[in-house]
Design a protein around this ligand. Sequence first.
Ligand code: KPL
Length: 323
Amino acid sequence: MPSPQSSSSPSQSGYGDDPVAVLGAGALGRLWAAYLPSETTGFVPRNASALSSFKLNYHLEDDRGREHDIVRRWLTGLSGTSLLLVTTKAGDTLDALAPIIDRLPAPCPIVLFQNGLGSQQAVAERWPGRPVLAASTTEAANRPTPDRVVHAARGHTWIGALTETGAAVTSAVIRQLARSGLEVRGEERILERLWGKLAVNAGINPFTAILDCRNGDILTSPLFLDHIDALCDELANLIEAEGLPSHSPRELRDNIERVARNTAANTSSMRGDFQSGRATEIDYINGYVARRSRELGLAAPVNQMLADRVRTLVPHPNPERSS
Ligand code: KPL
């Protein structure tokens, strides 16, 4: 089984010519950087002048509970970058990319790992000539403390193009990411897959944030039980209006409840954001559903209500942060 490439066991790769840059040093960015070849993977600093060291050190607990010390470079030059992974929060993506994009070689694929929808299309629309791709992943990672990442469960990552030039490089990107040992697959219908994940997040995350509970606890809450059917009606109508293969509201609800049961003990990413005092991704989940529904002349009062309620919640750092 492939392992993360810790400082004590550097990879044997010899892939020295094709550096991978990771923009966004949260749980997911650190996970990918830990598994990709150590000598050719580094992080892009958001503010290079504030760096106190040339390296980023952290610990990774892998999916088998083994500990690894990870050391990765902060990259100052980007002119040799052959792949950029963008693992920022959805709301930070444009602001993080804009100052660095002109320093990347024009053919460098840009792979967007954001939750929800809206931020990916914004990047593809702003830089339509760039090879922009989106990733949808079920790799589970969390960051219980700033210098520790836990790979809670292995999953799969699907990669698909958002621009024409992205389509031409999809296979090369998959080959490069497969060097991590994580499971990576091509997906021609990446928007459908992103919608599938968005529907699940829209039916779990805001409830866990409003109720301040773990995923499984929403299933018996009056807030969830009173609104889940209407929420699934709104999602089903929008998915159909977007021209994507339709799903019945019942199918969507079953899927939401299945994921909530399978991840019952987890803290959702949205609740985790609150507990860490970070902005949530509500504008890209229920907020996106409400906005797109409005644009397409559909009503989405439940998604709007959930988005409004989450936006008024006050972040509350909580010692119970691990999931
Ligand atoms: O993706 C998730 C998230 O927390 O964002 C779920 C599926 C809800 C698992 O926690």
